[in-house]
Design a protein around this ligand. Structure first.
Ligand SMILES: [Fe+2]
Ligand SMILES: [Fe+2]
Length: 197
C-alpha cells in the first residue's frame, strides 16, 4: 500500500526521466492497473505504483543497460542478451528496489516480468503485464478489443490470449522468444485446460 505522496513523487520523477510519449504510456499503464486492481480486489495503490515503475529503465539504450547491469553485478544470461526487451525489465526491477526504495517483492517482480510473463505469475504480475498490453494508447494487436474486456473478468484467460497471440506473432516474424514467455504460455494453457475439465 502506498500513500498518495509516494505515488506523486514517483510520477514526478518519471515525468522528468521519460520522454512525453513513454510517460503517457506509463500513466496509462498505472491507471489501467489501478482499474484492474479494482475489478479483481487487489490493492489499488500497489498496482498504481508498479505501473508507474514498470518502464523506469526503458529510456536507456540497450548498450547502456548492459553496461549498467555489468557494473552492478546483475548477471545476464546468453538468452537474456538475445532479447534486449527483457533487459529493461531486469534493470528496471533493480532500480525499483535499489533506487526507488520499493521493498515489496511483488512490485519488484511485476516490473521484472512485465515483458516476458512467467509460469505461476502473481495477481499483481498479471495485472501489470496485461495493463502494459491494453492501456489506452495501445492500438496494434488484433486481439486488443477482446483482451480489453476479458481482462476485467478473467486475468488468467486474458493472459492466455495475450501470450498466445504474442508467441504466434513472434514465431511468424522469426523473432527470438524468451524462455519465460514460452513457459508462461504453457502454464496458462494448462490452467485453461484444467478449468475446462
Ligand atoms: Fe516495458
Ligand atoms: Fe510498458
Amino acid at each position: 500500500m502506498y500513500k498518495v505522496e509516494q505515488l506523486q513523487q514517483i510520477r514526478r520523477i518519471m515525468s522528468e526521466k521519460l520522454d512525453p510519449k513513454r510517460y503517457e504510456h506509463t500513466l496509462g499503464v498505472s491507471f489501467t492497473a489501478a482499474s484492474l486492481a479494482m475489478a479483481h480486489g487487489a490493492d489499488i495503490s500497489t498496482a498504481e505504483m508498479a505501473g508507474l515503475l514498470h518502464d523506469c529503465a526503458k529510456h536507456f539504450p540497450e548498450s547502456v543497460l548492459i553496461q549498467k547491469c555489468r557494473k552492478r553485478d546483475i548477471s545476464l544470461s546468453r538468452e537474456e542478451l538475445q532479447s534486449p526487451a527483457v533487459i529493461h525489465a531486469i534493470y528496471g526491477a533493480y532500480l525499483t528496489e535499489h533506487k526507488y526504495g520499493i521493498t515489496d517483492e511483488d512490485v519488484i517482480n511485476a516490473v521484472r516480468y512485465h515483458t516476458t510473463g512467467r509460469a505461476g505469475m502473481s495477481r499483481l504480475e498479471k495485472i501489470i503485464y496485461i495493463a502494459d498490453y491494453i492501456e489506452p494508447q495501445r492500438s496494434a494487436a488484433d486481439v486488443l478489443p477482446e483482451v480489453r474486456s476479458l481482462a476485467f473478468r478473467d486475468l488468467d484467460e486474458a493472459m492466455y490470449v495475450i501470450l498466445d497471440s504474442t508467441v504466434s506473432y513472434l514465431t511468424s516474424g522469426r523473432s527470438h522468444i524468451a524462455k519465460d514467455t514460452l513457459t508462461a504460455l504453457e502454464y496458462f494453457k494448462r490452467l485453461r485446460a484444467d478449468r475446462r475439465k
